[in-house]
Design a protein around this ligand. Structure first.
Ligand code: GLV
Ligand code: MN
Ligand code: MN
Length: 418
């Protein structure tokens, strides 16, 4: 079975979707801001769902707004599914998530136009709130799809702006009736940009993704005594900002000492009242730590927690912590990874195996069916930034490899599928 995808059509759809919630970065780069369940997310969804209907796909929407579109198929067999997400961070690029969804649509359109009679149908979906930037945890929609969280729990989650997930979902018209957890596909394969520098640095065109590193997100609130910045002697302060900066510096020392692939980030900070001449009353911040090895990640989490309490104690502050997300490392199905490697090689593309540093919906789908991912290079490794870029040739090649993998998966019977 051999189908050639239409690269022009893929690129055109990527451009069209990127215009919804379009933003311009400081260097003039054009990105997108479609935070989950905002009006912009709703408009992006409407466009992609229209494209799904135009192709005559069977579209279902579940109770957390995950949208799955399947080829009509007489067999009634579970589909080979692909997909990703179309929500973005507030400083999003044009490709993170969008590539996987629109490439899936492109594969299905090309396969249907070729009139192929596949052993199993193909399906493409987009999952709600993969980014977790507005509602934590990340990969929320796919987590619910595989039964890792109930619909009711998800609907009650509060956004960083205070809005309730269920209310926002209703407001954009995507509270659907399809059952959740959803049916397990035959297999799941997700195309995504790497979002890191490895493929470009090694001049490799395709990543065959072997798994996703463990992710731990914690929200920390330190409370002290708000006071006058001029009159309060340094020795008499209870200053949450001073503690936060010590914690930030020490977090980096811990991560450096543990060494790669350990990473650690303080990505969100809120000082109250956030005024030039006021010692803050509170500092709220997030800690994101990740590692491919769960034991190491657990020990880093413990060390960071001790650090936070020690520094807070020293400054006379109270501490509150809340786990926003905690996902163990995931290993993908080697049989699917092998198909990715082989498909890239057959198309004359250089390929290497690699873990993913970012979280992805495929890591949730791996709980219910054989799964893996295809990576394309990211120029300068930049992502979650309007400057995010992947060369057109790499976008099209990634989509072609996705197509080849899906066709092979459609004809593959997995013995003892997990
Ligand atoms: C999700 O995109 C994450 O890895 O933070
Ligand atoms: Mn993504
Ligand atoms: Mn992302």
């Amino acid at each position: 079975m051999n189908v050639t995808i239409n690269g022009e059509r893929l690129l055109q759809r990527l451009d069209e979707l990127a215009e919804i919630g379009a933003i311009v970065g400081p260097a003039g780069d054009r990105g997108s801001a479609r935070l989950a369940l905002t009006a912009e997310d709703g408009l992006g969804r409407d466009l992609v769902v229209k494209w799904m209907h135009d192709l005559g796909l069977e579209v279902s929407i579940d109770g957390v707004g995950n949208v799955i579109a399947a080829m009509p198929h007489a067999s009634g067999l579970p589909p080979v599914m692909t997909g990703s997400h179309i929500d973005t961070v507030a400083t999003g690029g044009r490709f993170d998530g969008n590539l996987g969804v629109l490439a899936g649509l492109e594969v299905i359109e090309s396969v249907m136009s070729a009139g192929l009679d596949l052993p199993r149908p193909l399906a493409v979906g987009f999952f709600t709130d993969e980014e977790g930037a507005r509602f934590a945890p990340d990969m929320l929609g796919s987590l619910v799809y595989v039964g890792g969280m109930t619909v009711e729990e998800a609907l009650d989650i509060r956004a960083v702006d205070g809005a309730r997930f269920g209310d926002e979902l209703e407001a954009i018209g995507y509270a659907g009736g399809a059952p959740c957890p959803g049916p397990a596909p035959h297999a799941f394969i997700e195309l995504h940009i790497e979002q890191g520098p490895v493929l470009e640095a090694e001049d490799i065109q395709i990543g065959a993704v072997t798994g996703v590193q463990g992710i731990s997100w914690t929200k920390v609130t330190l409370r002290g005594q708000s006071n006058h910045a001029g009159t309060t002697p340094m020795s008499m302060r209870k200053d949450p900002a001073a503690a936060l900066f010590e914690i930030g510096a020490e977090l980096h020392r811990i991560v450096d000492r543990v060494g790669a692939p350990q990473v650690g980030t303080i990505g969100r900070v809120e000082l109250i009242p956030n005024l030039v001449n006021v010692v803050p009353a509170s500092a709220t911040f997030t800690v994101d730590v990740r590692n491919t090895n769960d034991e190491t990640l657990v020990s880093v989490e413990r060390e960071v927690d001790e650090l936070i309490h020690q520094v807070a104690d020293h400054h006379g502050l109270s501490v509150e912590t809340e786990t926003l997300a905690r996902f163990a490392p995931v290993l993908f199905d080697d049989r699917v990874v092998e198909i990715v490697e082989r498909s890239a090689t057959v198309r004359g593309r250089s390929v290497r195996r690699m873990p993913s540093g970012a979280g992805h919906d495929a890591q949730m789908m791996a709980r219910v069916c054989p799964s893996a991912m295809v990576f394309t290079p990211s120029v300068r490794g930049v992502s979650h930034n309007p400057a995010e870029l992947t060369d057109e040739d790499d976008l099209v090649a990634g989509c072609q490899v996705l197509c080849d993998v899906m066709l092979e998966l459609s004809a593959t019977t997995f013995e003892g599928a997990k």
